[in-house]
Write a protein that binds this ligand. Sequence first.
Ligand code: OOG
Ligand code: MG
Length: 262
Amino acid sequence: MGTERFQEIAQFLLDGELERKDVVRITADKVPDLSVEDAYLIQEELVNLKLEQGHSVVGPKMGLTSLAKMKQMNVEEPIYGYIFDNMVVQDGTSISLSDFIHPKVEAEIAFVLGEDIEGPGISGAQVLAKTEYVIPALEIIDSRYENFNFTLPDVIADNASSSKVVFGNRLRKPEELELDLVGTTLSINGEIRDLGAGAAVLGHPANSVAMLANMLYRKGEKLRAGQIILTGGITGAVQLSNCDYVVAKLDGLGEVSFTVVE
Ligand code: OOG
Ligand code: MG
């Protein structure tokens, strides 16, 4: 498959996002034999289209890093995608359902890097040494595929379902906490809908950043100082509805919240 075909598919997925219309997964008809490598090439074209529209990358994100998420989505390998500046929602504000297809929310820990990190062979300990801050986050995912129904290559091509993210405004140094032991609750309208601990993410969220650095190395890329990196859902993803008041509480890291309006 050539670049032109990848661009065409990236545009197809971007149109779904911009028109808030779900699409049939691309491995159902367009590219039944899509490999993981080619899926990342489609994702690259999608990233290029967003850059051409004037948006800039806040940082990469990891997805499907917890057993709960892998089971929920029926896939067995972590993936990465990219968060853009126009996806960032301020803590404590609202999002509008009309901007999404079928949004879900998950609680995560984000890392802000103080130094570049380049694979291969990066460990969680090396990541922690180069991390400036950690912050709590709520990621809103919105797969462009009907019913969030996808295979691994489908979701990679679709930029790992990225849609919006809310970062908490409290910065903590990673050495002030044991991130694997950070208890996390995800509540909607006062009811706990899911919970977990940092260890749900590959044993320790820093391992997720390390894996990302090692995955990017294969593409000749690295993590950069200043980037904000989502390490993947600690909790499963919960469907959003109108009037939801969503709060994640992460022990020692603080709270992050938003409201859903029509
Ligand atoms: C893919 C995105 C997964 C995470 O944190 O696991 C993700 C999906 O579940 O649609 O962002
Ligand atoms: Mg996520």
